[in-house]
Design a protein around this ligand. Sequence first.
Ligand code: 1CP
Length: 342
Amino acid sequence: MNDTFLKACRGEQTDYTPIWIMRQAGRYLPEYQKIRGNVTFLELCKTPELCLEVTLQPIDILNVDAAILFSDILIPLEAMGTTLEFHEGHGPVFPTPIRNQADLDKLIVPNPEEHTGFVMETITLLRKELQVPLIGFAGAPFTCATYLIEGGSSKVFWETKKMMYTNPKLFHNMMRKITKTTALYLKAQANAGAQALQIFDSWVGILSPSDFQTYALPYVQEMIRDLQDTGLPIIYFANNGATLLELSETSGANILGLDWRINIGDAIKRLGNTAVQGNLDPFSLLLPKDELKKRIGRILDDAKDAKGHIFNLGHGIHQFTPPDQAKAAVDFVHELSQKQSH
Ligand code: 1CP
């Protein structure tokens, strides 16, 4: 069993810096495309045997030090009683967005085992196969709320901010319901065998620090407090969150995920005792290998004073990335961070 990732999560000494890659299972892998060619994305998410297979693909192909459950942050939102559709080439759509209290009242706080049992079953299957630790995950309440309010992906988040500023009561009611749902969902993943939990806050970077404190952070804090009894390391990834770093540390997470817009050494100086994860620009994987290696070396060097460092990209791997470049990055991280034995 390779437990380097879990050791780094706990801030313990490791023989080398562990690496995994956000969205490591997915469209850039021909092996994924092959399976995905026969089923829709949602069918894939709801078939444990297939989820098992695609979760294992990057472990074998890239030699990463952790696995992340194959699923999606939108799965527990569908279980709240909404309709979720994926339109090929256009991303997710919720045809009936949540815009008033009556819409919200129709949503339930689902029992995760009952409504998303396929996720727990995937975790059970994975734990029998894996030689590396398994990360479970969910979206952070704010990021989940944007999908429900906008009715899908967004660039300007007009409806979300409109609700925050013109109907804060409704917005907070909604955040409370999502927080309960995601906390239960992550607890169920822990019970099923997940060994670390990551909370993805992909869109929280659109908030000012003060709005982050009012509208998003309290719910992340509540969720993490609620998850303490699982005893699992918790990673909070606030994408585009360099201006929210000190506040993010008050979330209670053991590890903060960093995007590439901040120097990792500067981030570590600003943080107290929290481990970090990151933070190579995903597009750096397009660089010639010698330059890619230099950039990875620089990040490892900048992160040398971290309480714990898990190498990752600063956001998900892009779908057109050549897999051999991702493999080279993993090898470089392992090679360059190898501790000399005396
Ligand atoms: O067509 C396909 O095959 C679907 C592509 C795809 C995949 C492979 C989607 C649709 N989701 C996923 C898997 C996924 N999503 C994983 C597991 C895979 C892994 O990491 O190895 C995870 C952790 C996610 C998380 C996720 N889904 C996030 C947070 C991470 C991030 O990148 O910021 C978000 C925002 C989503 C929503 C989502 N899922 C898929 C799409 C197209 C979107 C919309 C993204 C957007 O709004 O821009």
